[in-house]
Design a protein around this ligand. Structure first.
Ligand code: ADP
Length: 398
């Protein structure tokens, strides 16, 4: 149990923990959900009974309880060597992962206005582990950091300049940990180095974003000031006309309500009227449910448009990469999306696509395709664990 690394991921109402050994093999994982609501619960993966939590448990309480449960089940038998935290928003302050100290905590607090649902809970996870493990080096890994290389032409909105200068209104981009991992993994699979590899990385999970990576560097991405912009997602609309807000105000719907619906009741869920879950949508569509079929079509068409848009940031393309729950598992979404892009020369092998690249080192394109197409499982926890371990090593404490 030497050199374990604990990864902490606090979402707005959830908490995920993962424990890795020194060789980055996962030893244990656990999650708590519905935190700060009346029916919070927690469980350790692979263990039947749930871990008792008080009904409206906070992130802090859930974290303490799960760490105690890890110890009770002998999953954690000594101090971790390092702890890594996922932090959603690093604003323009953080271009890479950092070791956490009081100055870093205040800087993360300063970014909270940009991610009011996320940064405060990320900080509560950090404070809880600092209280439990005061002597263990802790690292913050930011969703936005990988995109701090975006050129101005990609990150500026065409808005009054003072909105950017005074309030930081610009495109930041998210899922950076996953897109950065794709850049490294795609290069490895192609037998190249990340610094000479250019890819388009499509992360398609409940949240969806796409990034153009030129020679290892993020050049453009579909999410913006918030994770609402861009692709169609599980419950988020992605791009809409901002004129919508005023139009709906004339119908008596307040801006706050529009915001809630765009985030929680739109996307695949809104279009289908049934579910935000792509697997269920595919089954519904197969049984003739037309709104589900339409939801899949809108999802794939928007994605195809964005793949085309990302080309504008690249000089050449070494591979188009699919990842995330949908990107890794839905042969149908990959096929329907690339059917729109035949004009660019993308062509899939039906057989390799059906096997999700598992029999071909991730490759799913046909022999005649102009570009390689890869399926690569994402692993954000692993990246956070590696970063935490690397920075803890730099302090000489591990
Ligand atoms: P999160 O963003 O919450 O981490 P995931 O990356 O796990 O989410 O992605 C969840 C999405 O992946 C859901 O829409 C789910 O239906 C979809 N998905 C998982 N497996 C399949 C599959 N076999 N076919 C189609 N969609 C799938």
């Amino acid at each position: 149990m030497e050199d374990t690394v604990l990864v902490v991921n606090c979402g707005s109402s959830s908490l995920k923990l993962a424990l890795f050994d020194g060789a980055y093999q996962k030893l244990a994982s656990a999650q708590a959900e519905r935190l700060n609501q009346n029916d919070a619960f927690a469980r350790i993966d692979g263990i039947q009974e749930t871990v008792p939590l008080s009904p409206a448990a906070s992130h802090h309480e859930a974290l303490e309880t799960l760490i105690r449960a890890f110890r009770d089940h002998k999953l954690l038998t000594s101090l971790p060597a390092a702890i890594g935290h996922r932090v959603v928003h690093g604003g323009e302050t953080f271009r890479e992962a950092v070791l956490i100290d009081n100055g870093i905590i205040s800087a993360i607090e300063d970014c909270a206005g940009l991610a009011p649902l996320h940064n405060p809970v990320n900080l509560s996870g950090i404070r809880a582990t600092l209280a439990l493990f005061p002597d263990v080096p802790q690292t913050a890994v930011f969703d936005t950091a990988f995109h701090q290389t975006l050129p101005k032409r990609a990150f500026l909105y065409a808005l009054p300049d003072s909105w950017y200068r005074d309030w930081g209104v610009r495109r930041y981009g998210f899922h950076g940990t996953s897109h950065g991992f794709m850049a490294v993994e795609a290069a490895r699979l192609l037998g190249k180095t990340p610094a000479t590899t250019s890819i388009i990385s499509a992360h398609l999970g409940n949240g969806c974003s796409i990034t153009a990576i030129r020679d290892g560097i993020s050049m453009d991405t579909s999410m913006g000031l918030t994770p609402l912009e861009g692709l169609v997602m599980g419950t988020r609309s992605g791009d809409v006309d901002p004129g919508l807000v005023d139009f709906l105000a004339s119908k008596g719907i307040a801006a706050r309500e529009v915001h809630r619906v765009l985030n929680q009741e739109s996307g695949l869920l809104g279009l289908s009227g049934q579910t935000n879950d792509m697997r269920s949508l595919c089954e519904l569509a197969d049984h003739g449910h037309e709104p589900s079929q339409t939801a899949i079509e809108v999802f794939c068409f928007r994605l195809a448009r964005y793949i085309g848009a990302m080309m504008a940031s690249l000089r050449d393309l070494d591979a188009l990469v699919f990842t995330g729950g949908i990107g890794e598992n839905s042969a149908r979404v990959r096929r329907d999306t690339l059917d729109h892009l035949r004009i660019m020369g993308f062509e899939l092998s039906e057989d390799l696509n059906r096997h999700h690249g598992e029999i071909s080192d991730g490759r799913i394109e046909s022999a005649g395709s102009r570009f390689p197409v890869l399926v690569i499982p994402t692993n954000e926890e692993l990246v956070i664990a590696r970063e935490a371990s690397r920075l803890a090593g730099a302090t000489g404490q591990d």
